[in-house]
Write a protein that binds this ligand. Structure first.
Ligand code: PMP
Length: 405
């Protein structure tokens, strides 16, 4: 019995073509911009090509800046550090912590979890109209990492621009499932992580308008971010190098670009169609199991990615995940998904909570992608039905926060 990975939303397994791209790079691996040496020249060219491939994948405008970062969290922190004075950031309480906490350090408005996509648009409209600062930014996710709903990005971009604001999209979950079309939807910035996009850990990106980035203090100070350094002064570079000081993560950039290439070759509409049929299968299957309660922000007809979050009445989510792993060889995620305000808002009266004073509601999340088959979904559904009917075979106890037999 092979292992079934239903935790793509945490990190998606690396694609074979991505591994091949990394293997092809390693013999020529050197640092970028280190003169005319052959390995450095090859690496510099690959790094530049990776930037262009990522820009194409997200549908960037020709003038957009593409800054390689460590991950989405890093990319959003970079943008937060580059906001001009007198900026108000508007966000929803449903965001992942990575798309809330960086903005909360400055002036910000946190809107309640909206009950529908239309309510999200109306609330954003009201908040941006009411913000009287010189600059405004609306920061939203492309797709929820908890409930999977796709956010109405073109409408939110239109609302933002109507009020002279910019739109930043946290595309950590959107990017593996849908075409982003940054310019097409009118978004101003997009952030994503390689490890959720079928590449290894360590590479991410911020793509978007260069003016705020060029006016900001460099994110890191050091070599590569400068034009000239004198005894007591420095002239900083503009564009991506300004925020990429130090030896860059070339493996991260090249593997992220290889993943973008592979997904583009398959076509994001084919990816979406594959996942839609799996989503339909899992949704109908779970509906048929008594005691399974799904978490959703919006109605069942709302478009969503391959993410399903639920609780099994009477069973602790940690024990459900432990039993799926130990008894059925299926990997899912349990916890509160770095989205505590959303989990709190979604929790019914009976939602299981983490113990201790910082109690946050918990749930189980199954998520899938291009490597998932209908047979994987059926095995998962069988396992859930089995758990509900017979309970876990073993007693699980909490050990260091994990449920173990
Ligand atoms: N935003 C969303 C919607 C996410 O799902 C995640 C990862 N769970 C992040 C941001 C943060 O991504 P990373 O940990 O790669 O920085």
């Amino acid at each position: 019995m092979g292992y079934v990975n239903l935790d793509y939303a945490a990190s998606a397994p690396c694609l074979r073509s991505v591994l091949d791209a990394v293997a092809a790079l390693l013999p020529w691996y050197s640092s970028v911009h280190r003169g005319a040496g052959f390995a450095s020249t090859v690496t510099t060219e690959l790094y530049a090509a990776a930037r262009q491939e990522v820009a194409d994948f997200v549908g960037a405008r020709a003038e957009d800046t593409v800054v390689f970062t460590r991950n989405t969290t890093d990319a959003l922190n970079l943008l937060a550090a580059a906001l001009p004075e007198d900026t108000t950031v508007v966000m929803f309480a449903s965001e992942h912590h990575a798309n809330q906490l960086p903005w909360r350090r400055g002036r910000s408005v946190v809107l309640p979890v909206p009950a529908s996509a239309d309510e999200a648009i109306a609330r954003a409209d009201g908040a941006l109209r009411g913000a009287c600062s010189r600059h405004r930014l609306l920061a939203v996710t492309g797709a929820s990492n908890v409930t999977g709903e796709l956010w109405p990005l073109p409408e939110l971009a239109a609302v933002a621009h109507r009020h002279g604001a910019r739109l930043a999209v946290d595309a950590a979950q959107l990017a593996p499932h849908r075409a982003i079309a940054l310019a097409g939807i009118g978004a101003d910035y997009v952030a994503l992580s390689g490890h959720k996009l079928y590449a290894p850990f360590g590479g991410g990106v911020l793509v978007g308008r260069g003016d705020w980035l060029d006016a900001a203090r460099p994110y890191l100070a050091g070599g590569g971010a400068v034009r000239r350094v004198t005894h007591d002064g420095v002239e900083w570079a503009n564009g991506a190098p300004r925020h990429e000081a130090g030896t860059p993560n070339v493996v991260g950039a090249v593997s992220l670009a290889a993943a973008c290439r592979a997904l583009s070759e398959v076509g994001m509409s084919a990816v979406a169609a594959h996942e839609a049929s799996l989503l339909d299968r899992v949704t109908r299957g779970l509906c048929a199991v008594p005691g399974v309660e799904r978490l959703a922000m919006w109605g069942p007809e709302s478009p969503r990615i391959g993410v399903v979050t639920f609780n099994v009445r009477g069973l602790h989510p940690g024990a459900v995940a432990a039993a799926l792993s130990a008894e059925h060889g299926i990997g899912v995620r349990d916890g509160s998904f770095c989205a505590h305000p959303l989990m709190t808002a979604l929790a019914g009266d009976h939602a299981p909570e983490a113990s201790g004073s910082a109690a946050v509601p918990l749930a189980v999340r199954a998520s899938f992608g291009v490597g998932t088959s209908a047979a994987d979904i059926d095995r998962f559904l069988f396992a859930i039905a089995d758990l509900v009917a017979r309970g876990p075979r073993w007693r699980y106890r909490l050990d260091g926060g994990r449920h173990v037999p």
